[in-house]
Design a protein around this ligand. Structure first.
Ligand SMILES: C[S@@+](CC[C@H](N)C(=O)[O-])C[C@H]1O[C@@H](n2cnc3c(N)ncnc32)[C@H](O)[C@@H]1O
Length: 291
């Protein structure tokens, strides 16, 4: 017989030996997922025998996790900005860094008194940005554009799960046709793929399980910013905003792309780790520029 307490100890030991830095947290999540309740209440019965079916479930999850499979995919859901999002193979796992981007958009709305803004989230993935913005700004009209056939079902499911209505568009953000389908936007927000060719050769095991098309931003990682900025400019109203997330040390290049394409008042933000992570700029027209 294996007791519940022993099972928990074994899970922690296996994950620690596999080199998982967050082994305590991961072990807790796996136990809670298998038992369907919180750890303190599981451990109130720590001397009782662990049920066979639960042990099998735990074993399966631990084996995957020990091999570097992402915890988030094992659990099937993850939290972002206090909301729950379903995740699995084919969709990028929402990152805390991206909460900085959401906050920047919310601040733009507050500062400019945009009570019912029209916002497009390009490269929407799980929908963590689009769905969160709709939760925080219930009167906003939100469009979420995503190309991946694997990610789109998660996007739809996450809107349903969080009980919001957003307009989901299956389309290529790099195509003029997709951009032409939306106009009069107050804000474009995007966390596009931004890893460089070199980054792609050095992926952490966990990240290598995430979709390539969610990660790869071309040789220098900037392909999407270079194409989206001029292509989607016409979809923004005059004085509208673009807000981007980007990777380490891409702040200057992304700011330059925004300036070259007629955006000013570029505001950069750091994420919680102190890395400059987002940039937002305001669309200026010739008339605004001249006075
Ligand atoms: C970095 S992920 C961001 C996902 C989500 N917005 C987030 O912040 O977690 C980039 C997303 O862009 C999507 N994507 C890649 N190329 C695209 C394209 N040409 N048109 C639309 N979406 C694309 C990928 O499938 C992926 O979901």
């Amino acid at each position: 017989m294996v007791s519940i307490g022993e099972l928990y100890t074994n899970v922690k030991a296996i994950l620690e030996n596999a080199g998982i830095d967050t082994y305590r947290f991961d072990a807790q999540c796996i136990m809670e997922q298998a038992f369907g309740t919180r750890l303190p209440s599981i451990l109130t019965n720590s001397t009782a025998a662990a049920p066979e079916n639960v042990m099998n479930q735990v074993r399966e999850m631990v084996e995957k996790r020990a091999q570097g499979y992402p915890l988030q995919y094992i659990l099937g859901e993850w939290e972002f900005y206090g909301y729950t999002f379903r995740v699995g193979e084919g969709v990028l796992i929402p990152r805390p860094d991206t909460e900085t981007l959401v906050e920047q958009v919310l601040d733009i709305c507050r500062e400019n008194q945009l009570k019912a803004p029209r916002i497009a989230d390009l490269c929407s993935g799980s929908g963590c940005i689009a769905v969160t913005l709709k939760k925080e700004l219930p009167d906003a009209e939100i469009y979420a554009v995503e190309l991946s056939e694997k990610a789109l079902p998660y996007l739809r499911e996450n809107a349903r799960l969080n009980e919001v209505h957003i307009n989901i568009i299956g389309g290529d953000v790099l195509s003029g046709q997709t951009a032409a389908g939306l106009c009069g936007l107050d804000i474009i927000v995007s966390n596009p793929p931004y890893l460089t060719g070199k980054d792609m050769t050095m992926l952490q095991t966990e990240v290598s399980h995430e979709p390539q098309m969610a990660l790869m931003g071309g040789g220098d990682g900037l392909d999407f910013y270079r194409t989206i900025t001029p292509l989607w400019r016409n979809s923004l109203r005059d004085g509208g905003f673009i807000a981007y997330e980007f990777g380490l040390n891409q702040d200057e290049a992304v700011s330059s792309i925004l300036k070259e394409n007629g955006f000013d008042n570029i505001q950069l933000r750091q994420d919680t780790a102190g890395i400059i992570r987002t940039a937002a700029g305001r669309k200026i027209t010739e008339e605004m520029h001249n006075g």
